[in-house]
Design a binder for this molecule. Structure first.
Ligand SMILES: CC(C)(COP(=O)(O)OP(=O)(O)OC[C@H]1O[C@@H](n2cnc3c(N)ncnc32)[C@H](O)[C@@H]1OP(=O)(O)O)[C@@H](O)C(=O)NCCC(=O)NCCS
Length: 177
């Protein structure tokens, strides 16, 4: 993930658009909901345990939680612990949403948590009227690439040296029609 600027204009400082507080549980018993400020510690911990570069800071998460151009989703099991998170960005006037980040805690992987978050991200982009969902993924991230391709994302481009540590990215897009 590249470093992204923190929106600072008043236009970006509005409250997030309403999202359902809690989405239906998936078949794997995973629940996905919109994150709030009580999730900040968990989100920062998730970031530090999931990514080695291009990390979102606590300040950036706080801004994203309070912005209508971002949607942060968290996944939990029956015990309410945050086990995974996704970050989506929307741009005013654009019909394309961007999945900026998707992560599951190492000890919770392989239980369908990322799949549930991705399903919720797609549904949220559809609810906002987007025609497509885009993302970038490290060219060496076979697990994530497989997850995206099996859920209808198609490779649309290559971005050499996209990440802070110099790794290339593939661009992917899923039409939402
Ligand atoms: C990639 C990642 C998000 C997957 O999370 P997860 O909760 O374990 O994924 P799920 O259990 O929902 O599995 C989703 C699919 O990926 C497959 N998968 C998961 N981990 C895998 C691995 N290490 N190798 C191959 N396939 C894998 C699953 O078998 C499943 O397959 P399906 O499409 O047939 O259902 C997780 O490994 C992670 O957080 N990695 C670090 C952060 C990252 O790379 N994020 C993605 C780029 S932003």
């Amino acid at each position: 993930m590249p470093t992204i600027p923190i929106p600072s204009s008043p236009e970006h400082a509005r409250r997030p658009a309403p999202e359902p507080a809690r989405l239906p549980a998936t078949s794997a018993g995973v629940r996905v909901r919109r994150a709030d400020t009580t999730d900040l510690d968990a989100l920062v911990a998730m970031e530090q345990r999931s990514f080695s570069s291009d990390l979102l800071s606590r300040t950036q998460y706080r801004r994203h939680l309070d912005s209508d151009s971002a949607l942060v989703l968290v996944a939990s099991d029956g015990h309410q612990h945050v086990l995974g998170a996704a970050v989506l960005f929307f741009r005013k006037g654009s019909g394309v949403a961007r999945l900026y980040s998707l992560a599951t805690l190492p000890e919770a992987r392989g239980r369908g948590i990322a799949a549930a978050l991705l399903e919720a991200a797609v549904a949220a982009a559809r609810r906002r009227g987007c025609r497509a969902l885009r993302l970038e993924v490290r060219t060496g991230n076979a697990a994530a690439i497989g997850l995206y391709e099996r859920r209808g994302f198609r490779r649309t481009g290559h971005q050499p040296g996209y990440y802070e540590d110099g790794e290339d990215a593939w661009r992917y897009e899923k039409p939402l029609d």
